[in-house]
Design a binder for this molecule. Sequence first.
Ligand code: NAP
Length: 351
Amino acid sequence: MSIERTAVVAGATGVVGRYLLRHLLETGDWNVVALSRRRPDVAGEFRHVAVDLLDAADCRAKLAPLRDATHVFHAAFVQVADPVEHVARNAALFTNLVTAIEDAAPSLRHVHLVEGTKWYGSHLGPFLTPAREHHPRHAGANFYFDQHDWLEARQRGKAWTWSAVRPHAVCGFSVGSPMNLALALAVYGSLCRDLGLPFSHPGPAANFHALYQLTDSGLLARAIAWMATSPQAANQVFNITNGDLIRWENLWPRLAQFFAVEAGEQRHFSLRDTLGDKAADWDRLVARHGLQPHAYHQVAGWGFADFVFGSTWDIVSDTGRSRRAGFCETLDSERMLLDLLARFRRDRVIP
Ligand SMILES: NC(=O)c1ccc[n+]([C@@H]2O[C@H](COP(=O)([O-])OP(=O)(O)OC[C@H]3O[C@@H](n4cnc5c(N)ncnc54)[C@H](OP(=O)(O)O)[C@@H]3O)[C@@H](O)[C@H]2O)c1
């Protein structure tokens, strides 16, 4: 039987995209094209196009052959220090992609955009919680706004539909993603054990006690595929998280147990400032334990971890809309995190 759907997954090497790629391949219902500059290390049969999405001409040239594309999934992302450039480049990644595919693919049916809880200003200070999809966007710039507004305007009057997802703190088995909290915790715990450092929660007390939420990459991938193929999800946005809440104060002793270290006293410090110079220690640890030879900068996402442990307010999304529309999957976040840490250990990323 021939497969009638062709997915184009942009950002296929990321902590969001590689799980989406894998999920679509596992269902057997999709032809899959992966877009990223590096080739994704995902098993299965898919086409990979090494395209620079920041380069409109490269997009036009390399994506023109994708005439059979029916669904576009945007999970590409670039971190840029200058805030204005950050917005401009992330907007360009998306508009270059969709413009090129729209021109190439007469049977385009759906465009999916990955956004995040930052839409509500979760990164700026206390915000209205539980955040609901209709709540107002935060004041100031955010590349999600540029991407989202462009998408809605572009779709008007077209045969294709769109959807968007707002996850928070996405965790998966992925190396080289700067925003993978699970890997940052894995490396932090491993270094503490190796160097005899206390495994302290590195945030302020308010962060230790606040409500927080996590999103498993696999669950997120299944939710995105559901959105892209369910008529009731067309032209809508959905919060997606594991559906439960955590407080680091509850989780921290379990993490310490996993690493077989004492949970140090909770104290506020920067992981980047404290561990940023530990590349040589990491290399020694890798050699001593015969680990996979990942460079320190690929596993040590301290900037993102400092950000996660820096907030002093509750971060909670309401996920009722997706459940009412038919996506009802939930996960135990504590179990998810411990399972991921175990996977990093089993696959020799950490000792
Ligand atoms: N991670 C989280 O906790 C989280 C939470 C909420 C929302 N989100 C959102 O989810 C989206 C994806 O984030 P992520 O964490 O998965 O990012 P990521 O792990 O850093 O992955 C980024 C992806 O974009 C690709 N990419 C970057 N520049 C490119 C370019 N010029 N041309 C082609 N591909 C390019 C990268 O591939 P190559 O480098 O191989 O080209 C990679 O596959 C972002 O919008 C982010 O804001 C993430």
